[in-house]
Design a protein around this ligand. Structure first.
Ligand SMILES: [Zn+2]
Length: 116
């Protein structure tokens, strides 16, 4: 089994612009690529785990979030000459203040949920 590094997205990999989803607001966090390169050198798989409550709040769609994630991964790879590869993105689309059916219910994927 290959070890993995689980990373938050907003404020860790990209500058947190509050419910970031627009590509023109996507800016890599200074030092993120260098840190991820060292993690890749250490043999760690890079996995992003992120709360994306903006989906539940209708600030953006799941598709827009995926587009943002793809571009984020592309930029990290480009800035590292292909060294940094994000193995997977996982997200929680829920938010306690959501009015969308099923999106405000307590879920088991929102951070920082700890095992019962
Ligand atoms: Zn959730």
């Amino acid at each position: 089994m290959k070890p993995a590094l689980f990373l938050d997205r907003d404020g860790v990999l990209n500058v947190d612009t509050s419910y970031a989803y627009r590509l023109d607001e996507l800016e890599l966090t200074p030092g993120a690529t260098a840190a991820l390169s060292r993690a890749a050198d250490a043999g760690l798989r890079l996995i992003v785990v992120t709360n994306q409550g903006g989906i539940a709040l209708d600030y953006y769609s799941e598709k827009e979030m995926h587009t943002f994630n793809v571009e984020l991964a592309r930029r990290l790879a480009k800035e590292s000459a292909g060294h940094v590869q994000i193995a997977a993105f996982y997200h929680c689309p829920h938010h306690p203040r959501s009015e969308k059916p099923g999106f405000a219910d307590p879920c088991d994927c929102r951070k920082p949920l700890t095992p019962a």
